[in-house]
Design a binder for this molecule. Structure first.
Ligand code: EPU
Length: 340
């Protein structure tokens, strides 16, 4: 395994920002992972695990450590019965190709997550989700290198501590594990309504009443193509903010002022408020701030139109966060991880 020096991170992040990484390793096997970690340890460097770079932002000064770029392949059936098939997927596999293969195999459970950029190993970190599915629903376990014990371990779904867009990998145990493969248990049943609101609306609008996996996948791909900018053409990191989880009392004044506010009950007395709606109401939708465009179709997405560096993104982000705080007294949170 080669270690490269001074690799510009803007070439490895879909936001197309970021200075050089001091050291950069491409890992293709589990052995490479252990070796890369030992290199970082011996040279007293911090490390950062990078997949497709579609949910991270890098700083102008780059990264004074080792970037471990995970390219581990693999797609293997490890269990099969009349109801389900379990597949072990290498962390470096492109997520959407995995979804496509699962759909071709008539396996249900991830089709609504079609078209999400990035690699499979990044999925559990942010508990990736879309249109009513999240990876926590189908993931059975994953394998990872534990840098604390310097061994490979298997973690069950429970051990991953999944919640909305969160897991132990970006909270309590951030920096401890390097995910090498993910086991998904997919169902042999066909997709069943009710579907996520906007997906159901699309199906109704297109007079679709037959629900196959291909039809759901194509519907999601079409919705995404119309609503989300393609990172290959317009540099972005998907949703730049998480949806906001708030207590009932925080909504008292907002409800009076905005009776039409979209709210999703979490079932525990809390509500999920679409942050895209908050940003839109605060007047930022479609605006250009410091070279960063607030997407005019979904205000949750920021696009790097002409930013000169991370500092521009930080200015734009802080203006948006401040604007939402002033208007709603809600503290909105960034979703992509920072390489630092
Ligand atoms: N909304 C607005 N204005 C906006 C954007 C959204 O009013 O500018 C409202 C919509 O009207 C809707 C609600 O917000 O009532 C929710 O919008 P939508 O269902 O389109 O999804 P989202 O909250 O914008 C989340 C995920 C997406 C995922 C979609 C679909 C997060 C942070 N984002 O977005 O994930 O594709 O749901 O399930 O949870 C990603 O993480 O990168 C991502 C794209």
């Amino acid at each position: 395994m080669d270690i490269h020096a001074a690799i510009p991170l803007k070439n490895f992040t879909t936001f197309k920002l970021g200075g050089p990484a001091k050291a950069f390793a491409e890992v293709h096997t589990t052995d490479d992972v252990a070796q890369a970690y030992q290199y970082a340890k011996t040279n007293q460097l911090p490390f950062f695990v990078l997949g497709g770079g579609s949910n991270v932002v890098a700083h102008d000064e780059g990264y004074q450590g080792l970037i471990i770029h995970v390219r581990i392949p693999g797609f293997e059936v490890v269990a099969d019965d009349s109801f389900s098939t379990t597949i072990k997927i290498g962390a470096g596999e492109i997520w959407d190709s995995v979804v496509q293969r699962a759909v071709q195999m008539r396996l249900q459970g991830i089709e609504a997550m079609s078209g999400i950029p990035g690699t499979t190993g990044a999925g559990p970190v942010q508990n990736v989700g879309a249109y009513g599915q999240e990876i926590a629903d189908t993931m059975q376990s994953l394998e990872a290198y534990d840098t604390q014990t310097e061994t490979f371990v298997t973690l069950t779904t429970e051990q991953c501590g999944f919640s909305y867009r969160n897991s132990i990998f970006r909270s309590d145990s951030a920096g401890r594990y390097i995910i090498t493969s993910v086991n998904l248990k997919l169902s042999k049943s066909s997709p069943q309504p009710p579907f996520y609101d906007s997906l159901q609306k699309y199906l109704d609008d297109h007079k679709i009443t037959l629900y196959t996996l291909e039809i759901i996948r194509n519907a999601v791909l079409d919705i995404r193509a119309n609503k989300l900018p393609d990172p290959k053409l317009m540099p972005n990191a998907g949703s730049f903010f998480k949806n906001s989880i708030v207590e009932d009392w925080q909504l008292t004044d907002i409800r009076t002022q905005y009776p039409d506010i979209p709210l999703f009950e979490m079932g525990d007395g809390r509500y999920k408020v679409p942050t895209g709606w908050l940003i839109e109401q605060a007047g930022f939708k479609g605006k250009l701030l410091h070279g960063i465009r607030v997407n005019d179709k979904n205000a949750l997405v920021l696009i790097n139109e002409s930013a000169t560096g991370y500092h521009d993104l930080a200015l734009a982000r802080d203006e948006i966060i401040g604007g939402a705080r002033d208007a709603f007294h809600i503290q909105i949170e960034q979703e992509p991880l920072e390489i630092s």
